[in-house]
Design a protein around this ligand. Structure first.
Ligand code: MG
Length: 391
C-alpha cells in the first residue's frame, strides 16, 4: 500500500513572537520542521512526503535533512485547509492513504505514524487523539455554563490519515467554502466516520514559548543520553635507531619508541579511548602484538580501523583530546600537522582534535627521556535518526 504524507508548514506561527516562522526555530539537532519531516522521510511505510512550505530560505532549511529523495514541496495557501488542499493535489495519485501532519509536532513517533496508517486504511479516516485528563468546562462571560463529561472528550493531534477518496471529498468541501480547523473536521462535514487512534502524550504541539523551551530541554536530554566517554593511556620506551612517530608525524630525533608497531603513543591512546567509549575492549584485543600482521604497522591505520568498528557499533566520534608527555624534543611545531592526521584518520574536522605537549619535569622514566607517554579522552555519540522518533 502506497502512503503519502503531507507536512503542513505553511503557517507563519508568529505567536512565539519571533521574526522567523516557528517551524524554522531550532529545538536541538535541527529545526522543528526538519524533525517533523525526518520522522516521515525515515518511516519505511511512507513512500513520499509533500512539504507545504513556509515562506523563507527553504534551501538552507532542507540542507540538514538526511534524505530528500522522497520529498517534494508545494506552496502553502492562505488558510491551513488551502495548504493541505495544495499538498493533496501534488501528492502521488497512486497513494491509497494520505497522512497530514502538523510541522509544529516534531516528536511524532514511528509507531504513531504506523497506527494512523493502519486505522486510515481500515476505516477510511482516522486521527491520533488523546482522552482529556482534565475536566472540561464550557464557559461564557467568565462563568461556567456546562460541565462536559470527560469520557467523551478527546484532544485531536496529528497525524490524521485518510483514504484518497475520503480526503478528496473533504478537500472538495473545503474548496467550496466550508471552513474547518483540521481535515478531520472537513471529513466529518462530508459525512464520513472519523475514527480515533491512541495518540501519544509526547506528541505535543509547540505553540508557546514554554512549549519551545520544554522541547529544547527534551532534545538536550536525549542528546546527552546518547553520548559516552572513554579514556586511553599508552607508554613506550624510547630507544636509539627508531623513528619518533607521534600522531602519524615523524619528528627528527635520535631515539624513537620501541614497539611491535610504529609505537605511536598518541594513536594508541586515542584508539583505546575510542574503543573504550563504546565498550569495545582495547587495542591489545583487536591488534595483538602476537599477530605479525601488525608488525611495523602504521598506527593511523589501526586508529581508522577502530573508528570503523565504532561506526559498526552505531557510534560516531564527537571529539578527542590528547596529552603527549615526553622530555625531548619539543613537539609544538608539529602539533597542527598531528591534529590534521588524526582528524583525517578519525573522519572528523580538525577542530574536534586537540593535542597538548608536556614534559615530566625530569621526574621518572619519562622525565629521564627513557619513555614517551600519552593520555586521551574521546567523546562519542550514538547515531540515531532524529530525536524522539524512536518508538
Ligand atoms: Mg602502544
Amino acid at each position: 500500500m502506497q502512503v503519502s504524507a503531507i507536512i503542513a508548514a505553511g503557517g507563519a506561527g508568529r505567536r512565539l513572537g519571533n521574526a522567523k516562522p516557528k517551524q524554522l526555530l531550532d529545538i536541538g539537532g535541527g529545526s522543528m520542521l526538519s524533525h517533523s519531516l525526518r520522522a516521515f522521510l525515515d518511516h519505511p511505510r511512507v513512500s513520499e512526503v509533500v512539504l507545504v512550505k513556509p515562506a523563507g530560505p527553504l534551501a538552507l532549511l532542507l540542507a540538514d535533512l538526511s534524505s530528500t529523495q522522497k520529498l517534494r514541496t508545494v506552496d502553502g495557501g492562505p488558510r491551513r485547509q488551502d495548504s493541505v488542499a495544495n499538498g493533496f493535489e501534488a501528492a502521488d495519485i497512486r497513494s491509497e492513504v494520505i497522512l497530514i501532519h502538523d510541522a509544529a509536532r516534531p516528536f511524532v513517533t514511528a509507531d504513531l505514524i504506523s497506527r494512523t496508517i493502519d486505522a486510515a486504511a481500515e476505516h477510511g479516516a482516522a486521527i491520533a487523539a488523546l482522552p482529556s485528563r482534565d475536566t472540561v468546562k464550557r464557559v461564557d462571560g467568565g462563568v461556567i455554563v456546562d460541565t462536559i463529561p470527560r469520557e467523551s472528550i478527546y484532544l485531536a493531534q496529528t497525524p490524521q490519515g485518510f483514504r484518497r477518496d475520503v480526503l478528496a471529498a473533504a478537500v472538495r468541501l473545503g474548496r467550496e467554502g466550508i471552513e474547518a480547523t483540521d481535515e478531520a473536521g472537513l471529513a466529518e462535514r462530508a459525512g464520513f466516520r472519523v475514527h480515533v487512534v491512541d495518540g501519544d502524550s509526547g506528541n505535543v504541539k509547540i505553540t508557546t514559548e514554554d512549549d519551545l523551551m520544554a522541547a529544547r530541554h527534551r532534545t538536550t536530554a536525549a542528546t546527552a543520553a546518547r553520548q559516552r566517554i572513554g579514556t586511553g593511556y599508552d607508554l613506550h620506551r624510547l630507544v636509539e635507531g627508531r623513528p619518533l612517530v607521534i600522531a602519524g608525524v615523524t619528528i627528527p630525533f635520535d631515539k624513537g619508541p620501541l614497539g611491535h608497531s610504529d609505537g605511536d603513543v598518541a594513536c594508541h591512546a586515542a584508539t583505546d579511548a575510542i574503543l573504550g567509549a563504546a565498550g569495545l575492549g582495547d587495542i591489545g584485543r583487536h591488534f595483538p602484538d602476537s599477530d605479525p600482521k601488525w608488525k611495523g604497522a602504521d598506527s593511523l591505520a589501526l586508529l581508522a580501523d577502530a573508528v570503523r568498528m565504532l561506526g559498526e557499533a552505531g557510534y560516531q566520534v564527537i571529539n578527542v583530546d590528547l596529552t603527549v608527555i615526553l622530555e625531548r624534543p619539543k613537539i609544538k611545531d608539529a602539533i597542527d600537522d598531528m591534529r590534521s592526521r588524526l582528524a583525517s584518520a578519525i573522519g572528523v574536522d580538525r577542530d574536534a582534535i586537540s593535542i597538548k605537549g608536556k614534559t615530566n619535569e625530569g621526574v621518572d622514566a619519562v622525565g629521564r627521556g627513557e619513555a614517551i607517554a600519552a593520555h586521551a579522552v574521546a567523546l562519542v555519540a550514538a547515531r540515531s535518526s532524529a530525536i524522539g522518533h524512536r518508538s
